[in-house]
Design a protein around this ligand. Sequence first.
Ligand SMILES: [Zn+2]
Length: 352
Amino acid sequence: MFEEELKNLEFISKEVGIPIEYTQGGGGNTSVKLNDELMAVKASGFKLKQITPGEGYVVVNFKNIVEYYNQVDLSQDRDYEKESTEFVKTNVVHMEGLKTLRPSVEAGFHSILKKYVIHTHPVYANIICCSQNGRELMDKIFGEGNIAVAWIPYINPGFCLTLRIKDAVDNCLKETNRFPQLIFMENHGLIATADDARECVELHNMANDKIKAYFGINDTYPELKLLKLDENKYASRTEYLINYFKNNKVSPDFFDRIVLYPDQLVYLNGSLAVDTMDNKLNINSETGEIVYLTNESEAQTMEETLLAYVYVIDNISRLGLPIKSMNEKEIEFIANWESEKYRKSLVKDLGK
Ligand SMILES: [Zn+2]
């Protein structure tokens, strides 16, 4: 059943899930609508590149989820965050031969978009998404094109983000008669959506290529190298990172000064030690050496997330753009968000 759609889901997931400049660790998610009611969406705790027709996704009744967001009455004093998460969970449809997993925390906005949805945290899109003038840059780069785009100012992920995206889609349709097929989310990442799988991948890649071209970024993305030193001990051999930390004095509050997006908080903040070896991520401020004291899966996720973070802040400062950090309230929401805790708990088992 749904053979073609599921093969396409694997295709789009690998296309954007393998390049680490698009997807770091277990970040990002993809989905396909199988018919008028059912949607296959990435499962929490899987990497995009691990999705196959037989694994890594969950089937939900997206029609009910759309209905929920169409009818939700915001005038009441209710925990909408919890309620909507529960609602998605009760709309998981068990499929013969498929393990029933927990759907991606971002299943809500997947429900309201086109047949195929790709959501990633690409370093190129995030150069504009983490700049204070990101919306202006988006308009400059994409305003003349024939693809409708939308900008979503930072909002807590989950329920609020889905509602905000729904508003943006409705407004774009009203104003331009076109469905926005690229959605830029401040301090977060990119969404591409289309009714055709190939078109969806092309849109996603085109968006990043256009940003690269606009800023004159011609170099290929730095190569990541991780070396096993011992059981639960890995050293970074990623030249770009070592050089960065050799040339830029790092302090223990490095990640707290600029918080670019939720995945940074989930995977990096609170894990850094400078010039000592008593945390998961240990940086020598003289030599730039980076050592991870954790298992391979987590070291790999942390290195990918670290490389993306440094690449984005490095480019933003090189281009002279005003950087946009998340604020304290937004940071606190993520720290206390049950769904993110769940994601974090899965990272050790993510596999390569
Ligand atoms: Zn995301």
